[in-house]
Every structure is written in C-alpha cells, then in structure tokens.
Design a binder for this molecule. Structure first.
Ligand code: UTP
Length: 452
C-alpha cells in the first residue's frame, strides 16, 4: 500500500526498494522514516499548494516602538506589568533548537557550542543561567520548553542529563521534537541518505506550532498556568530571556504576537524586516525581499526598512494554540541546499535539493494585534551563525564582552581597553543588578575578568 502511494507521488525509485525482497533492510529504514512524515502534506507541497507567496512589492514599514521608549514613564509601567506576570508564573520560555546548523558545521546540537568569551559556557548554559536567575528574582521558576528535531533530540536530552540540567529543576524543562519532511530533487524526487533511509529535513521553526500541539506541550503549559510564551533562537547569547519590558508591553497592548527588532547594520544585512501589508504586521525574510524593498529609502535618503528582526517573539498561549489547530496556517518556503545523497551505485554524491520549511513569524499574519519593539543591538544581539567572519563565534564573543564592559563602565568601573569581561547571568542579569553589586567589584579592571 505504501509502495502504491509512493508511485502515485512519482517516487518509483523508492517504491522499487520497498518491493524488492533482497533490499528488506533498506526498505525497513525507509518505512520507519516515512512513519514520521505526513504524506498528505508532501503531496500538497508537490502540487505547489500552500507555498509562500511573493510579497507585494509595495509594503510599508511596520510601526515600531522606538528604543528610546525604554526610558519613558510608560515603559516603567510595562516593566511592572511584565514582572507581575513573571511573579505569577504566567510566562514560559520557548527555545527553537531543531535546526541543522549547517553553516556552523558542528556535530553536536548548536546549543552545545561553547560560546562565552572566557569560561566557554555553552549556549544552552547561558540560557539556563538566565532562566535560573529569573526564577530567583521573581520567586517562581520559568518553565523552559525546548524544541529539538529527530536528528538532535537524543543528543540534546543527553547533554542536559549529563550536565545536571544545568542547575535547573528537570521538571521545569520540557523537550519535544519537531516534524520532518523529505527534501526533494529539482525533479521532485525523494533523496536517499548516504547513511540509509531518506534525507529528511526539520520542517522549519514554524513547525513549533504543530509540535507543541501533537506533543501535548500546550496542555503542559496550560496546566502550569502559562499565558505568554517568549520564543527565541539558539544562536544568540545576548537574548534577554523573558525581558519584563517586552512581556509587559506586549501584554498591556493585548497583542497576540510581538517581535523585537534592531536597526539593521546596513541594507545588505541578512535579517528579515518588519513590514505591514494586508492590514497586518508581517516579517519579510531576507531571502524573500526584492531589491526595491531591500534598498528602499525614505525622503531623507535613509534606509526605509531598517527594522531588522532578531527572531525574538512573544505569543499568547491561546493565540499559538489557535494557529496550531488551523490546518495549513503557515505557508512553506523553499530553500535550495547542497545535500549528501546515496547514488544508485552506492557512492555518496552531493545533489542540489529543495527543502521546505515553515517560519514561526508567518504566524504574524494571524495576529490581530502585534507590537514591534526596537532594542539596542549591542545589548541584545550577537548571533552565532557561521564558522568564521560575520556572525561567527569570534564576533559574538567580542560583542558579549563589549556589552559587559559597557555595563561595568556605566556603573563607574574603570575597565582598561583590551580587557575581556564575562558576567554570568547568575551574578547580574542586567545592568541594574550589576549596579546593586557595585561594592563587590573593584574600581579598576586591568585584566580579563569573569564575574560569576
Ligand atoms: P537557522 O535559520 O539559523 O537555521 O535557524 P539552522 O538550520 O539552525 O542553521 P543553518 O541555516 O543550517 O546554518 C534559526 C533558529 O531556528 C531553529 C534553529 O535551531 C535556530 O534556533 N530552527 C531552524 C528550528 O528549530 N527548526 C528548523 O527546522 C529550523
């Protein structure tokens, strides 16, 4: 039956293996892979349905709450509201960590990469320390939901188990794997993986909605009394997990889904931008942007679409659940990738494959109310995407230290030039907390220093 279905999908090369008695072992592997694949969805994608549409060429920049807002009296109200939600245990942290991290090219899950400049803490540990510190500050643990993929799930759980859950209560850390889809060749054929079975790719960070639903995590959130979900990506050690200002602003505005942005470093920086069309705030991915949008300027010749996404969002739990329960709520985006494949003669070759993914931010299209908050890049964004060059481990380490040096200088510590500083979130979550511990820090820092 499965073989017949595959033939109808034009996958005779796979059906042949399933029907070949002498290839039972290979067939079992393929059958097991297909057990986790929604073939109805694959068929839909192959018919070209549900794919992301080209955005209109006339899009307006989204309304943005400027970074200067953070020092206004209204911001203080938001911070209070955000703190109250955290004290009531109504905010969960949600990390999407199911990606393949192919640009970084590491074997382990990306969260296991040692990222901090002096002590080499992993990304997972940096987030865990923040979550621990938030729990201490607000008197309620922040539950942490971590989306993995079938490829890195076991390794991720193993890492947490081997490291004593990084100091967190294991009952407050929830792992759930996302779905997968077969990548296709240009001719629409499934690809055989060199290690056996089919080449499957995680279905994109937008897969988080279905994965939360099917894994029962929405129920777990509801049982914990969660109302707001703070979502972030695995590659940014400067993320301010569950930032009270952001939480409060989003909740006081009654927003369904909100986003943080920074001013783009230049027209060509590879980040998506916040725009408005069809009556909704949307995020336009860098790769989906045409030059007219990318290089658009305002009447002063300044970059029109400057609001670059740093992939940090807040979603109301009921909103996320509604998106998850709608069939085909998010469109699929195509990405062409070099994929290692098993050739008919048994050798490994590289083929140009197409992977299909949904994006978490496409849920904005369903959000009746949405807030976009600008934050300061040097405070909140130092992503690790590449092995070398821009957005690499090296640039991220420099930026992490720079932030901490600036915090120290702001409270009157004389940090000499060229010194690297690392501050554990357990020592100080933010500049204000650092100020409260001023007496524990000397007046001058002349060599590399870790405060933990
Ligand atoms: P990226 O867009 O950087 O993709 O993911 P990636 O797969 O990790 O890396 P490359 O492109 O292969 O180098 C941004 C965030 O979204 C998560 C990633 O783990 C990262 O936190 N993600 C991405 C998922 O959780 N699932 C996916 O299917 C894709």
């Amino acid at each position: 039956m499965l073989a017949e279905r595959l033939r109808r999908l034009g996958q005779d090369h796979i059906a042949d293996i399933l029907e070949d008695e002498s290839r039972r072992h290979e067939a079992m592997r393929i059958e097991s892979d297909l057990g986790g694949v929604d073939l109805d969805l694959v068929e839909r994608i192959m018919r070209g349905e549900g794919l992301a549409e080209v955005p209109p060429s006339e899009v307006r920049p989204a309304a943005v709450v400027p970074a200067s807002f953070s020092s206004s009296p209204s911001a203080a109200q938001c911070v209070l509201a955000g703190r109250r939600l955290l004290e009531q245990g109504k905010v969960a942290a949600l990390l999407v960590a199911g990606g393949q991290a192919s640009r970084l090219g590491v074997e382990s899950p990306k969260g296991c990469v040692e990222v901090t400049p002096l002590t080499g803490k992993t990304l997972f540990r940096v987030f865990a320390e923040q979550i621990l510190a938030l729990g201490r500050r607000f008197g309620r643990p922040v539950p942490w939901f971590i989306m993995t993929s079938p490829v890195n799930h076991a390794q991720t759980v193993e890492y947490f188990t081997a490291n004593d859950f990084l100091g967190l209560d294991p009952r407050m850390v929830f792992f759930f794997p996302q779905g997968v889809l077969p990548s296709l060749t240009g001719e629409g054929k499934f690809i055989l993986a060199p290690e056996g079975g089919l080449y499957l790719n995680p279905d994109g960070h937008g897969g988080v909605f279905r994965a939360l639903l099917t894994s029962g995590m929405f129920d777990a959130m509801r049982d914990l009394g969660i109302e707001e979900i703070f979502t972030f990506q695995v590659d940014n050690p400067l993320v301010k997990v569950c930032d009270p200002l952001f939480v409060g602003l989003h909740s006081m505005q009654g927003a369904c889904m909100s986003s943080k942005v920074v001013r783009k470093a230049g027209f060509d920086e590879k980040v998506g931008v916040m725009v408005e069309y069809g009556g909704r705030t949307r995020l336009l991915e860098y790769s989906d942007m045409d030059d007219a949008i990318r290089y658009a300027t305002d009447e002063n010749g300044e970059m029109l679409h400057w609001a670059g996404s740093i992939a940090i969002h807040l979603m109301r739990l009921d909103f996320a659940r509604e998106v998850a329960s709608r069939s085909h709520a998010l469109p699929f985006h195509r990405a062409v990738k070099k994929i290692p494949a098993l050739a008919p003669d048994g050798t490994t070759v590289t083929v140009e494959g197409i992977k299909f993914e949904t994006f978490i931010f496409d849920a904005l299209a369903h959000a009746r109310t949405s807030v976009t908050l600008e934050v300061t890049r040097s405070e909140e964004f130092a992503p690790v995407k590449n092995l070398t060059g821009t957005d690499s481990l090296e640039t991220s380490r420099v930026l992490q230290s720079k932030r901490h040096v600036s915090w120290l200088r702001a409270i009157g510590v004389d940090v000499r030039d060229g010194v690297t500083v690392e501050i554990s979130p357990l020592f100080a979550l933010d500049r204000e907390e650092l100020a409260s511990r001023r007496a524990e820090i000397g007046d001058v820092i002349t060599r590399d220093t870790y405060l933990g």
